[in-house]
Ligand binder design. Structure first.
Ligand SMILES: Nc1ncnc2c1ncn2[C@@H]1O[C@H](COP(=O)(O)OP(=O)(O)OP(=O)(O)O)[C@@H](O)[C@H]1O
Length: 313
């Protein structure tokens, strides 16, 4: 089983603690979304896993070994950290061929990943002529080149067109289905919700959550029911009589927190109100994430400085 293990990991840059005593495990067979505000320490953690930086203390290993101990690392771990990493004066094909040669990967595999990433027709163009999205596709192609059991991608959707976003989503789901270990950072909550099974969330270098996606949402956002009938006012009164703290929307529809669609439907039809719309609404990852990070900001907020008029008196 090839997991990524981060144990008591700390990284300081001068007086700044970018990663603060972090412990978590990324398991195979699922996509783990790696979330957190700007500067939370996601990229630093990935760099430490990839041996691109040395930890101040603690360890980061892949399959129980430090990344630097692998002879042919691209066959063990595929990574996209910086889409600008390819040499601009090389063609995409030559870039991948050089990577392949240094890791004993076949030329056929180079053609396969060029095809898979949608770059086959532009593979002989110099990378400096590539758009952001094309560079991003090349970075993802390089990450997949060695057919590795572990894949780390930092913001893979960045710059991709809608077709590319669907493509990367399907690639991530497939990698997980094949039993690989997949860690993906993103700021796009809808996107993350579409491919992740599990989440690791950082805030100021510390672990805020390590939990399945569904549980993360359900613990923070109450499900609700949306209901619309021919008589909004009567429906509102009915809901209030039954103890529901419902909120009326602009079109006369009501949103009922903490309720089940079947209960609300029966209630309305029992009162003779024709139902025009009835839907159970799940909370979104964005709502749950903002709830968590707002709570974190509150918890760590520094006391506001003395106001000027108070200072003067
Ligand atoms: N080489 C470095 N030297 C000094 N400080 C650094 C270095 N690399 C990162 N940092 C700092 O470490 C903190 C964590 O940065 P990091 O890039 O890991 O965050 P992130 O979660 O990936 O953010 P983003 O979502 O914006 O990419 C930030 O305060 C950043 O300024």
């Amino acid at each position: 089983m090839t997991s990524i293990d981060v144990h008591d990991l700390t990284k300081e840059y001068g007086s700044l603690r970018a990663v603060d005593d972090l412990t978590f495990r990324v398991l195979p067979g699922r996509v783990t979304g790696f979330l957190g505000p700007n500067g939370a320490g996601k990229s630093t953690t990935m760099r430490l896993v990839l041996g691109l930086d040395r930890p101040t203390s603690g360890t980061a290993t892949v399959g129980g070994r430090p990344y630097v101990s692998f002879d042919e690392p691209l066959r063990q771990v595929g990574a996209l950290l910086d889409a600008g990493a390819a040499h601009g004066s090389r063609t995409a094909r030559d870039h991948l061929r050089a990577l392949a040669a240094s890791n004993r990967i076949s030329e056929r595999r180079v053609d396969n990943v060029l095809e898979e990433s949608g770059l086959a027709s532009v593979a002989r163009r110099r990378v400096k002529t590539y758009s952001l999205g094309m560079r991003q596709r090349l970075g993802i192609a390089a990450a997949l080149l060695g057919d590795p059991p572990v894949v780390l991608l930092d913001e893979p959707s960045n710059g991709l067109d809608p077709e590319g976003i669907i493509w990367i989503r399907e690639v991530l789901r497939r990698l997980a289905r094949e039993g690989r270990t997949v860690l993906v950072s993103s700021h796009l909550m809808n996107e993350t919700a579409s491919f992740a099974d599990h989440l690791v969330v950082l805030g100021r270098g510390r672990l805020l959550a390590d939990t399945p996606l569904r549980e993360f949402i359900h613990a923070r956002v109450r499900p609700r029911v949306r209901v619309r009938t021919t008589d909004g006012a009567a429906l509102g009164a009915l809901l209030a009589r039954h103890g529901h703290e419902a909120v009326e929307g602009a079109d006369g529809e009501w949103t009922v927190p903490h309720a089940r669609a079947e209960d609300i439907g029966l209630l309305a039809s029992g009162a003779g109100l024709p139902i025009l719309e009835l839907a159970a609404e799940e909370g979104t990852l964005e709502e749950a994430y903002l709830d968590l990070t707002a709570a974190e900001a509150e918890f760590t907020a520094v006391p506001s400085p003395t106001r000027p008029q108070e200072a003067r008196s």
